[in-house]
Design a protein around this ligand. Structure first.
Ligand code: DC
Length: 218
């Protein structure tokens, strides 16, 4: 397969990182999880142990170093050299990450990094604004979605497996709130690019979705 640039966008819990990671491995491409980068900024803000205001978030931005390493089909996330991979997917981060991702200076810094990573080709990048803003010239553009019930169920399972005692209804309303915040924000809102292919994963298995993505790349 030639060195394509593949952009996958979609709402929270659509399964983007699971299927993108597997598809990238199959293609021999680098997988770039841009949501993890906004989560990394949220993680650093939380380390301050102060109320999370926009000012607090912006105060950690100037000297934050966010690094993604993709090794053996798995992405590791580093903040200032510390491996935070396991610490960025918690209910606390889920609650504040949309607030982080709506701030212009945060997006500017992350998008610059993402474009540099995308330049090399042979990449599969997922997020909310990849096809519309980060890599508008991507060769393959996919908008991945699923019903809100299914997305909530997947997130619930993921958190449960990590040992969190979570309530399905609470997760569903948290996802709905995040969908709203991500879709209605001023800068680069979550929206399907005009030239993206819609892939609804409701009722599909992980393998079925991965195969559809591989088919689009081929
Ligand atoms: O995909 P995720 O749940 O890890 O994303 C975390 C948050 O980051 C999500 O609320 C939206 C935001 N995000 C974004 O605004 N732009 C991206 N390219 C990726 C994620």
């Amino acid at each position: 397969m030639s060195n394509l640039v593949v952009a996958i966008d979609g709402p929270a819990g659509a399964g983007k990182s699971t299927v993108a990671q597997l598809a990238a491995k199959e293609l021999g491409y680098t997988y770039i999880d841009t949501g993890a980068m906004y989560r990394a900024v949220a993680w650093k803000a939380l380390q301050k142990k102060e109320p999370v205001t926009d000012e607090l978030i912006l105060s950690v931005l100037p000297d934050i170093e966010v690094d993604l390493q993709y090794v053996d089909g798995k992405t590791k996330v580093f903040v200032d050299g510390r491996d935070v991979t396991g610490e960025i997917r918690t209910p606390e981060i889920n609650k504040i990450v949309s607030q982080v991702a709506k701030l212009g200076p945060v997006r500017e810094k992350m998008v610059n990094l993402q474009r540099k990573m995308g330049e090399r080709g042979a990449v599969l990048m997922d997020g909310r604004d990849i096809a519309t803003n980060v890599l508008p010239n991507a060769d393959v553009k996919i908008f991945l979605t699923a019903s809100i019930e299914e997305r909530a169920k997947r997130r619930w399972k993921e958190l449960k497996e990590k040992g969190y005692d979570v309530d399905m209804e609470e997760i569903q309303s948290e996802i709905a709130a995040r969908d709203k915040a991500d879709s209605e924000r001023e800068i680069s809102p979550l929206v399907q690019a005009e030239d993206a292919v819609l892939l609804d994963t409701t009722g599909l298995s992980i393998d079925e979705v991965v195969n559809k993505i591989l088919g689009m790349c081929r």
